[in-house]
Design a protein around this ligand. Structure first.
Ligand code: AMP
Ligand code: FE
Ligand code: FE
Ligand code: ZN
Length: 289
């Protein structure tokens, strides 16, 4: 029996609100998605599901399909790898525990980075707190906002190209599970894992290639190949892996409100892919508008 799809199009599966490093509240973000002409939007804040309830309510109100998600921080050596997770059980104890630990590690790491930066620049931890929603997952973007407020950078992008760049001497990684562990956590919570922006020239890309067999065995669903930060060469390389392993390809904006130039709907995911994702998930369901 072929069933009509319940979700709307176009589909954008990667956005951030103030629950992490976006600049809009979850409800504002959902309204922005509606205004941008999207039919389906996923909220994928870093290491937190705290925005889901507000986003669901607004999505129902304005008539957008809502896909609950999260972008999980993972780590290989000094490099960070982001894992998108969709439709998992938000009450899963192991995942809750892992995300709580990541948020704690991020907080600690941000404090240490600011301590180092403060030796050379007039900026304090209070400046960062002033830019951060209580309870939000803290990251370099909040430090960037503090630097901008202090007149030490023109905008987030400038802060990332300067003081916050890993080569500037203040950078520090934070503890996080490795990608394989993260894929297992997401799958065990009934969710569907997709590697975010997998070809951005980061040092982790190459290391990840060597883990593909294990990642796919553990239940990796797809790769976010349609993302503005993937390089053309990287995409070509990963398209081979997609074919070899039968992986899905997603496309998304990675919208951060005013925090990044990425615009809602600038990349989208094909409906067949979302359909397969929903069929695979056992943790929770979309909210159909
Ligand atoms: P962190 O995980 O704390 O190291 O910070 C990385 C986050 O900063 C990513 O999630 C991006 O959303 C954001 N980011 C990275 N580069 C830039 C940039 N050039 N401008 C604005 N935000 C950025
Ligand atoms: Fe981000
Ligand atoms: Fe990311
Ligand atoms: Zn993201």
């Amino acid at each position: 029996m072929s069933s009509a799809r319940l979700f709307r199009e176009p589909i954008d599966l990667h956005t951030h609100s103030r629950v992490s490093d976006g600049t809009e509240a979850p409800a504002e973000l959902v309204r922005a998605a509606k205004d941008a002409g999207l039919g389906t939007v996923a909220l994928t804040d870093h290491d937190s599901t705290a925005g889901w309830a507000e986003a669901v309510a607004e999505a129902s109100r304005v008539g957008v399909t809502f896909i609950p998600g999260m972008e999980l921080s993972t780590r290989i050596g000094w490099s960070s790898v982001h894992l998108l997770a969709y439709l998992f059980d938000p009450e899963n104890v192991d995942l809750l525990d892992a995300t709580a630990r990541i948020r704690e590690a991020r907080l600690h790491r941000a404090e240490q980075m600011v301590e180092r930066i403060a030796r050379d620049y007039d900026v304090s931890w209070d400046d960062v707190l002033a830019q951060t929603e209580p309870g939000a997952t803290v990251g370099r973007p909040h430090i960037a906002d503090a630097l901008v407020a202090r007149g030490l950078a023109d905008d987030r992008s400038a802060a990332f190209a300067g003081i916050l760049h890993w080569r500037a001497g203040y950078y520090q990684p934070h503890d996080a599970p490795d990608p394989l562990e993260a894929v297992r956590l997401v799958v065990a919570a009934g969710g569907v894992p997709v590697i975010a922006h997998p070809a951005t020239r980061s040092r982790a890309d190459i290391q990840l290639d060597e883990e593909f067999d294990a990642l796919v065995d553990a239940g990796l669903f797809g790769l976010e190949l349609d993302h503005r930060e993937n390089t053309p060469e990287g995409r070509v390389r990963l398209e081979r892996l997609v074919k070899r392993y039968g992986l899905a390809v997603t496309g998304s904006s990675d919208y951060h409100g005013a925090g990044k130039p990425n615009r809602l709907g600038e990349n989208t995911t094909r409906p067949e892919v979302l359909e397969a994702m929903i069929a695979r998930a056992t943790g929770t369901t979309p909210t159909y508008a």
